[in-house]
Design a protein around this ligand. Structure first.
Ligand SMILES: Nc1ncnc2c1ncn2[C@@H]1O[C@H](COP(=O)(O)OP(=O)(O)OP(=O)(O)O)[C@@H](O)[C@H]1O
Length: 479
């Protein structure tokens, strides 16, 4: 106890020392920040962690105690893994609290004994950005590093864990490298605008302008001047000259959302601007040269619109050079839980690293068809965070039906061989419901894996890999 109290005092002095330098690292991407491991344990945890971080190319320093963690090393540090096994609980809280509150730029990640995982919640409340349960595997370290990176870019990151989603992202990264127009199609709420922002950031970076126009939301008579700009006196009420959205997006990206709603008359003008890469304001005589990446988005079938005479074929061909289709959420169920968790991180950042979704909630989310796609899921999660009774989210908080009895209740449990600790670990990692869903789906199709894979939004090969991974984790899968 005395040693622990001593540790607190030493930590306090170390953290006071860095107090005034705390903000220097604000804004430095976490992925590039150095990692410091403080303390050590003789159960091999330190070595495993150190090796895993080295293998992942992270710069790591190890300090035996908080005392060593002085001013200079903290200045160049972004993440501190604290190995806290040697401290008693009270001392642990004091240490972490002092470190968190005095060095805001540091991401403190305590390593908590598996048996102590309830305490992890309290540590998060103190301001730790994450925690690692010991013993841990390399997969958990990967997940943790990913979570950190994700948290940083959460605002505009495009969550995609399903095969369809990953394919889409890699396509998007490739098309982002060109300057040709991109047409993003997909049902409402699938993330078309988010994808456009992703492509913009990927190709032009944060500095260049990103301008979005919703062609359906602007009255037809105003749309022309909003898109192309006007000179003073160009029409009644044009009291001053205004640049259009094309000019405002020069050097960056212009998103023409709901392009299917663009009136036919303006379609001809848009085609001309795209072909010539120049724009002339209404009432103007001077043309402005453009360097704008145009992304059009629609939830309509443009070919059908062309067939019905509502959309110009030549404009469609011009826009459709690089098509990207975002499939509806019901066809990429693997994205549902990662998306739900990303929305929890967005709306309840303080609780975010806990698995707030109960197993029933996960299964209810997976069983729902999400006609409103990611937007409906986002609204549902946001509402559930407000309505929940207590910390965890239940199906009723989501406004969803409690799921049908799980396979485990109907049949012999596929995870029976795991034992209680293994099951708890699976639950904690949030994988339990996903695995259950895979098994339920295969059962639903009477063991027909190709059909199950299609329903799960993955290829039969990916399903085979998934089942192998489940077997490796000790789950009895007899398909
Ligand atoms: N893959 C994703 N990852 C994270 N958030 C997403 C994802 N897809 C959609 N969202 C979120 O869902 C909401 C709706 O997305 P967005 O507005 O981009 O959809 P949209 O397809 O453009 O919709 P609409 O057709 O109605 O204009 C946004 O808040 C967006 O951030």
């Amino acid at each position: 106890m005395e040693a622990a109290a001593d540790e607190v005092v030493r930590l306090k002095s170390a953290s006071q020392a860095i107090d005034h330098s705390g903000d220097e690292l604000f804004g430095c991407p976490l992925a590039q920040k150095k990692i410091v491991i403080v303390g050590s344990r003789d159960d091999g945890t330190t070595t495993v962690l150190l090796e895993a971080l080295h293998v992942r190319g992270r710069e790591v320093a190890v300090h035996a105690s908080f005392e060593e963690l002085g001013h200079s090393s903290l200045q160049s540090t972004g993440t501190v893994f604290v190995l806290i096994g040697s401290l008693c609980q009270d001392a642990l809280y004091s240490c972490v609290a002092a470190l968190v509150s005095s060095a805001r730029h540091i991401n403190v990640i305590p390593i908590v004994e598996y048996a102590d995982q309830e305490k992890a919640a309290a540590l998060l409340e103190l301001g730790c950005v994450d925690y690692l349960l010991s013993p841990f595997s390399e997969t958990q370290i990967d997940a943790l590093l990913r979570r950190q990176q994700h948290a940083e870019t959460a605002e505009e990151s495009f969550v995609s864990c399903s095969q369809a989603g990953r394919r889409l992202l890699s396509m998007a990264q490739r098309v982002a490298l060109t300057r040709a127009p991109i047409l993003i199609t997909g049902e409402t709420g699938t993330g078309k605008e988010l994808m456009a922002r992703y492509i913009h950031r990927f190709s032009a970076g944060d500095e260049a302008p990103f301008v979005a126009v919703n062609c359906a939301a602007i009255p037809e008579q105003m749309l022309e001047s909003i898109l192309f700009g006007h000179e003073r006196g160009a029409f009644t009420g044009a009291v001053s000259a205004q640049p259009g959205k094309f000019e405002l997006a020069n050097g960056g990206t212009l998103l023409l959302d709901e392009i299917g709603e663009l009136p036919l008359g303006l379609q001809a003008k848009l085609l001309r601007v795209l072909q010539e890469q120049r724009v002339e304001r209404l009432g103007g005589r001077r043309e402005v040269a453009l360097d704008v990446r145009v992304i059009a988005a629609t939830n309509r079938d443009l070919q059908q619109e062309v067939a019905q005479g509502r959309f110009r074929a030549d404009l469609m061909f011009r826009l459709d050079v690089l098509p990207l289709h975002i499939s509806p959420l019901r066809e990429r169920k693997e994205d549902v839980l990662p998306l739900a968790r990303s929305f929890i991180r967005k709306y309840a950042p303080l609780d975010a690293e806990l698995e707030l979704l109960t197993e029933d909630a996960c299964r209810a989310l997976l069983q729902h068809d999400w006609p409103g796609n990611a937007r409906e899921l986002e609204n549902t999660v946001q509402r559930a965070l407000v309505l929940r009774n207590g910390l965890f989210i239940q199906p009723r908080d989501l406004g969803l039906q409690a799921p049908a009895p799980s396979l485990s209740a109907r049949d012999e449990q596929p995870v029976a061989v795991l034992g209680e600790t293994g099951k708890a670990a699976l639950r904690a990692s949030g994988k339990w419901a996903e695995y259950q869903h895979v098994i339920d789906t295969i059962r639903k199709f009477d063991g027909h894996k190709a059909k199950a894979a299609q329903s799960l939004g993955m290829t039969p090969r990916a399903l085979r890999y998934r089942l192998n991974a489940m077997r490796e984790q000790g789950i009895q899968v007899n398909f």
